[in-house]
Design a protein around this ligand. Sequence first.
Ligand code: SIN
Length: 477
Amino acid sequence: MSLLEGLEHSLIAGEPYHTEQHFSVLNPATGEQLAYVSEVDEQGTALALRAATETFNTLKTTSAKQRSEVLWRWYELMMENKPLLARLLTQEQGKPLKEAMGEVDYAAGYIQWYAEQAKRSYGEVIPANDTQHQLSAIKQGVGVVLGITPWNFPLAMITRKVAPAYAAGCSFILKPSEQTPLSALALAQLALQAGMQKGAFQVLLTSDSAGLIKPLCQNTNIRKLTFTGSTQIGRILLEQCASTIKRTSMELGGNAPFIIFKSANLDDAVAGLMAAKFRNAGQTCVAANRILLQQGVEAELLPRLIKAVDKLVVGDGLEEGVDIGPLITLEAKDKAQKLIDDAIEKGAEVIYQGKQQSGLFMAPVILTGVTSKMKIANQEIFAPVVSIMSFSDESEAIELANSVEEGLAAYFYSQEVSQIHRVSLSLDYGMIGINEGMVSNPVAPFGGIKQSGMGKEGGHQGLDEYLTVKYLCQKFD
Ligand code: SIN
């Protein structure tokens, strides 16, 4: 069977699970229906829970080396199927094919990294206070994991959860976004081909997220929830998980400042900003949301920025040369337009507006004179809109940058060594790009602080999220 055949049903205990209720998956660039997928029902969910619980118990008897080998094979299969996966991703999510190819590499990178890390979940021997005891701490998989993933990175947001979970010896039930379930199913099929146990990675499809998720959050068999999505939904999920005291990892919304100091190399700053702002049409939680420009650099920087933005091509991601695909929904486009309108009403100026676009496509916009009172400075824009604020000195930049509730990613450009040191320490963010607009990397800990969530994905820290420490106290004669 080809990788793309049969991507219509939830994958439960290794088999497609058929039901009568369906929902459509649309191509955001063309509006065409890509698939009509079946909604999982209560019986299917119960079946998945049973399979995940049984599989978790069998995974306890596998070695780290065995799990590592399965992950390596999964990684290789992803790379062998890269063109197919990338095309499917562009069709259901909209991002340009070149970005989709990049996401396949990025997503597979997490599998490769955790194939290596699987063998390194070391415990420790603890020096005892007497000679009759041996004390140690071992690490074991936390149990059955529920994962909820978004539409903006339909592959990478899944592999960076499932790969460390499997490396740790956990089984995983995934609820992917209803907008992009096909990439999730393709990944799960490849995992099966790679030799993953049938209940180790199951995919439940539904357009009624709340209806499926609430009972799962309250189910005692699920020991951990890992979520990537908005802060608002994260709060609800945390409440739902409270009754069963679940472990949680929350990768929530951002509102990234992108600070350009006078001392910056301005060409580098523009290049970094283009990457941090326009990747995935601005639909990333680490997107540069508030550009903080030091007074005095506007005249040199803005013409270079306008020149770079003016080169961006908006269109169907499958077409050659496209840089910005469609937004995911009409609501997303309307929301971005409302943020622009509010900013203009409160005094911001549009210094660049690309050619107006129809459908879900949105042309880039550059706004200056944005202030903290405007909605655009306080919400994730998730669209190709550059929103520029100004500051006079370093302390004002830090204050503005830290003035929001989110603390995911921040960026700054400076060539002064002491300033780099001071600003790195002062920014209240989980990730900082220093003269760099792209921080994401499977080998490094991705995650935020404050209301951007808790827990890390990637790096050696990402494995700990799925491990529990068990203390062994042995008495001997
Ligand atoms: C996200 O937008 O949630 C993730 C972006 C990334 O991994 O770079």
